[in-house]
Write a protein that binds this ligand. Sequence first.
Ligand code: IPE
Ligand code: IPE
Ligand code: MG
Length: 248
Amino acid sequence: MNTGKLDPARIPAHIAMVMDGNGRWAKEKGMPRVAGHNAGMQSLKEIVKRCSVLGVKHLTVYAFSTENWKRPQEEVGGIFKLLVLYINSELKELCENNVKVSVLGEIDRLPDEAVQKLQEALEATKDNDGMEFHIALNYGGRREILLSVQKLAKLAAEGKIDPESITEADLEAGLFTAGFPDPDLLIRTGGEKRLSNFLLWQGAYSELVFTDTWWPDFTPDCLEDAIIEYQSRDRRYGGLTAEKRGTK
Ligand code: IPE
Ligand code: IPE
Ligand code: MG
């Protein structure tokens, strides 16, 4: 438990979350894994609301990775059914809270019903200018970088760009996250201390917060604790501390 106080003036502009631990939460309770995902969805509802209230501009959640297809079909199907239920129950409130939904990843591989629901959410919220809520689905950081590189390689092969002049900004423009800031704070619940192929490019200077709390137990107060932890960090970006720069 963090004893510091949240500074409302320094809320991270972009928070990214690896929502991990649903399966182990369920196992501990003798329940099927899908029950864990269901409980995780309830957590997500509350976290989205709190982020929006706190004034977070971008929230990105890792909901399904390019590697998660390795799981039993029943679990995969259950996760996408829950996604449909989530949109059904939350879309009205997301609109009322001026939240704009977007998707990161190649969603054409998802079940039709999930794709349709996502499109409905994207369409219904497209003019909202409050928090941007990005859901990473069939997302993989390596795949994302590869797709961007392929687009650039094609342009180079066609003689439209000079390979020598390709910049980081050009590569970034081909990522799913094009146009929004890198995550300031990346939180992973569930005890594992790894990125699992999430935001590999964008996370270069993210502050990482790992917590043992299973995702279904991760409350808005836990989120605030993670932000307090973030606010205590000294982000140097390879430079010097604020003190040594003479700005503090
Ligand atoms: C994260 O929880 C949700 C998804 C990957 C979809 P897990 O299902 O990975 O839960 P654990 O890690 O097995 O506990
Ligand atoms: C990462 O969790 C993916 C999501 C939370 C969607 P995993 O449970 O798939 O990651 P690993 O297998 O522990 O690395
Ligand atoms: Mg996991």
